[in-house]
Design a protein. Structure first.
Length: 148
């Protein structure tokens, strides 16, 4: 996305692309949407993750989700707030849809918060707050076994 597109359209198209790449588990494309190092926060604390680590984790996550009938993800809510001329806060909700091994269809809607660096040639996610991880929710619902 060019600076002109961001100025007129905001970051919604960026996050629609993020959703598409996530659903496709496009490792390189998805990793390119993040800064070289990104801060990821969630129930387990805060971690700085490199692009290389993220590229290794994406296929593992895809395999786990597909094992429990994952079908697709959609962006269902989006709110963008400028923090500075360069950084924006984005609150989004993604809906995960699938069919459990028992044949029961289900959805999980999860909120996420991002800080996006709009400087440079294209936007990059520099902070990602995963309020509830889809894997944890699936464990809570009994779709996945407890973590060992």
């Amino acid at each position: 996305m060019s600076h002109e597109e961001i100025a007129t359209e905001g970051l919604r198209a960026f996050f629609e692309r993020f959703q598409s790449l996530s659903a496709a588990s496009d490792v390189e494309g998805l990793a390119a949407m993040f800064a070289g190092h990104v801060m990821i926060a969630g129930a387990g604390g805060v971690h700085v993750v490199s692009s290389a680590d993220m590229q290794r984790a994406i296929p593992q996550r895809k395999q786990l989700l597909e094992s429990v009938g994952y079908q697709d993800t959609s962006l269902v809510e989006f709110e963008e707030t400028a923090l500075t001329g360069r950084y924006a806060l984005v609150r989004a909700q993604f809906r995960w849809r699938g069919t459990a091994p028992n044949g029961e269809a289900g959805t999980v809607t999860l909120p996420s918060t991002f800080v996006v660096d709009r400087g440079g040639d294209s936007p990059h996610i520099v902070f990602y707050l995963n309020e509830r991880d889809v894997v944890s929710v699936l464990r809570d619902r009994g779709v996945l076994p407890p973590a060992s």
